[in-house]
Design a protein around this ligand. Structure first.
Ligand code: NCD
Length: 315
């Protein structure tokens, strides 16, 4: 049995297999409509979510399976003091696979140690968000045709943004990617990402503050929301929240084929006028989310791909 807790739980080859499967599912969804008949997905969401939870649910429904779960810690026995370990044991009796989002870093990992069914991390605190990373990789591959030799800019809250941490971890595994971290001093990427990921991989990286000056260099731009819920005081959040706003005038400085990614939800950091620019890729990411989660559910359940007749992951 395999879990997906960290984006590095999948090798580069396995990541490619999952992306290829998601592309096949997008091309012919009806071929996959009964793959998970009779299977149940439990969505255990202790933190707010729109896309991630609904896309997990629609993914399972599109595979023929069923879903159950809760949205909000106040709706489950966590309020009575139940541990994540016990909840995982209990839900293992009801479902075939779990998607868990939790405000505490490491909670899905802990659940996976006690669960009898595969656990997918749907975001844990400021740490990791591996399914969003798969979506980001698929979107970059669709737009650029490859995942290497790219100058990728990350802009906004690079300290608390878990999608940034997961994606950097994954992109350093592809040759010659170069990273531009655009943030204020207070929201820089955590030291561990530099010391444990970028330096050992000998990846080129730049920590800068100006979005305008950096934009012309980039092949891909990844915008992020300032993560209000992870700030310790409101004053700092208010001071930093509008620090970067991508509007059409700024986007005009970028290459004509530079996709703009954002995991969503957006607040003010991308002006709505940018939505009409062909470089806006964030709603394509949303659609990709459905197919990536279908691909991951099918693979982690150890089911056979009806189109190729093969299993995708060795479970
Ligand atoms: C992100 C998350 O939850 O980390 N959203 C998502 O899952 N698409 C980004 C965010 O909340 O800013």
């Amino acid at each position: 049995m395999r879990h997906l807790i960290d984006s590095l739980d999948l090798s580069v080859a396995e990541t490619r297999e999952i992306l290829d499967l998601a592309d096949r599912m997008a091309a012919d969804p009806t071929a996959y409509a009964h793959c998970a008949d009779g299977k149940i997905l439990a969505t255990l969401f202790y933190e707010p979510s729109t896309r991630t939870r609904l896309s997990f649910e629609t993914a399972m429904l599109n595979l023929g399976g069923k879903t159950l779960g809760f949205a909000g810690a106040e709706q489950c026995s966590a309020t009575k003091g139940e541990t994540v370990a016990d909840t995982a044991r209990v839900v293992s009796c009801y479902a075939d696979i779990i998607a868990m989002r939790h405000p505490k870093e490491g909670a899905p990992l802990r659940a996976s140690m006690y669960s009898k069914i595969p656990v997918i991390n749907a975001g844990d605190g400021g740490h990791n968000h591996p399914t969003q990373t798969m979506i980001d990789l698929l979107t970059i591959r669709q737009r650029k045709g490859h995942l290497d030799h790219l100058k990728v800019g990350f802009c906004g809250d690079l300290k608390f943004g878990r999608t940034v941490h997961s994606l950097v971890n994954s992109l350093v595994r592809y040759p010659e990617n170069e990273f531009y971290f655009i943030s204020p001093e207070e929201l820089k990427v955590p030291d561990y990402l530099i010391e444990d990921t970028l330096k050992p991989a000998k990846a080129l990286y730049h920590e800068v503050t100006s979005l305008e000056d950096t934009l012309p260099e980039l092949d891909v731009l990844y915008m992020t929301r300032v993560q209000k819920e992870r700030f310790f005081n409101e004053e700092d959040y208010i001071r930093l929240k509008d620090i970067y706003i991508l509007d059409q005038e700024k986007l005009n400085l970028a290459k004509p084929d530079m996709p703009v990614l954002h995991p969503l939800p957006r607040v003010d950091e991308i002006a709505t006028e940018v939505d009409n620019d062909p470089r806006a890729a964030y709603f394509q990411q949303v659609l990709n989310g459905k197919y990536i989660r279908m691909a991951l559910i099918l693979s982690l359940l150890g089911l056979t791909d009806p189109v190729t007749g093969k299993k995708v992951l060795s479970c």
